[in-house]
Design a protein around this ligand. Structure first.
Ligand code: AMP
Ligand code: ZN
Length: 308
């Protein structure tokens, strides 16, 4: 198969929505160009920004850091990782994230939940969340990004959410009637309070398959197993349904994304009044923020169960 762009033999991917076949090298150029366009379109970065790229150990954030680095932006890139203390998973995720940052010569900082708060998200299995811990874990991660970004002097946090992630979150939150998270999933999210970072999502319009291939063709270190808590995760179920729809209609994901962004999000601006959390002082919609509530819950589990 010949590459549509350079005309050489050895195309490795078919881009259905643009009707092209690309070789490895042209695909990498194509990918970086798309990320750059998204970054520029939404003015994600300003000269002098200190950008904390949130590395999970997965292919999305690995591709994100590699792509941003290759763009030669006028910003300082740093890498952050949240070690959630998940048995058989978190330490390996930290290790590969550290390895990637080192190979790209980027400063790497960890927020270790066990060291910081003395708890692990595994403890959620003893709470009413039982095995459905993705949602409380997400709350803990998001606040940890803010705490860590502040600590290392970053004014921007970049995450690796891809098109499949956001479309599945849009749909699953839509059907469960939880609109507040939908309203916050935008390419650039301004901080809720001075001193907190702006959040950017440069891969928001890139299909997951392309992000995986980018990581693969650049030989980036990534963890090859899934989080042990992710089986039965609602978002994964939605990803499977979206893949089926995409077989019928190749631009299904783009269409859903576009309708949510242009038509739905403007209708559901989250206007809950914010106060400062009485425990950590960061923005909260109640007296105590979601992070602090969940940490307290995990601490009481630890006390009752005598787990280390
Ligand atoms: P997820 O919420 O797991 O789908 O991850 C979405 C994005 O959040 C990833 O692409 C990363 O940028 C970031 N992220 C998730 N987990 C971690 C983690 N443990 N440490 C740092 N960043 C993370
Ligand atoms: Zn708090």
């Amino acid at each position: 198969m010949f590459c549509t762009r350079c005309k050489k033999e050895g195309a490795v991917i078919r881009i259905a929505y643009s009707k092209e076949y690309l070789c490895r090298d042209c695909f990498i150029v194509f990918f970086n160009h798309k990320v750059k366009r998204e970054v520029e379109k939404h003015k994600m970065f300003r000269e002098g920004d200190v950008v904390a790229v949130a590395l999970s150990g997965g292919k999305d954030s690995a591709s994100l850091l590699h792509s941003l680095k290759s763009m030669g932006l006028n910003v300082e890139l740093k890498a952050i990782h949240i070690n959630l203390g998940i048995s058989g998973y978190s330490d390996e995720s930290e290790k590969v994230s550290r390895e990637l940052a080192k190979s790209l010569d980027i400063e790497f900082t960890v927020y270790d939940l066990r060291r910081e708060e003395g708890v692990s998200v595994d403890f959620f299995k003893y709470t009413p969340y039982k095995r459905k811990i993705c949602s409380p874990c997400g709350v803990i991660k998001r606040r940890s990004f803010e705490i860590l970004a502040k600590r290392i002097g970053a004014n921007v946090v970049a995450t690796g959410h891809n098109l499949d992630d956001v479309v599945s979150i849009f749909l699953s939150n839509f059907f469960s009637g939880e609109f507040s998270y939908i309203s916050s999933l935008v390419p650039v999210q301004q901080p809720l309070m001075e001193g907190l970072p702006r959040k950017v999502r440069p891969l928001i319009r890139i299909p997951e398959m392309e992000v995986s291939l980018y990581a693969f063709y650049n030989n980036l270190p990534v963890v090859h197993k899934n989080c042990p808590h992710s089986s039965g995760n609602t978002q994964n179920r939605y990803k499977k349904m979206i893949a089926l729809m995409e077989e019928e209609e190749p631009s299904f994901k783009f269409k859903v994304y576009s309708v949510f962004r242009k038509k739905f999000q403007p209708l559901i601006k989250d206007e809950r009044p914010l106060t400062k959390c009485a425990r950590c002082g960061l923005p909260s919609s109640g007296n105590i923020c979601g992070y602090c509530k969940k940490i307290e819950m995990l601490k009481s589990v630890k006390l009752i169960k005598h787990i280390s």
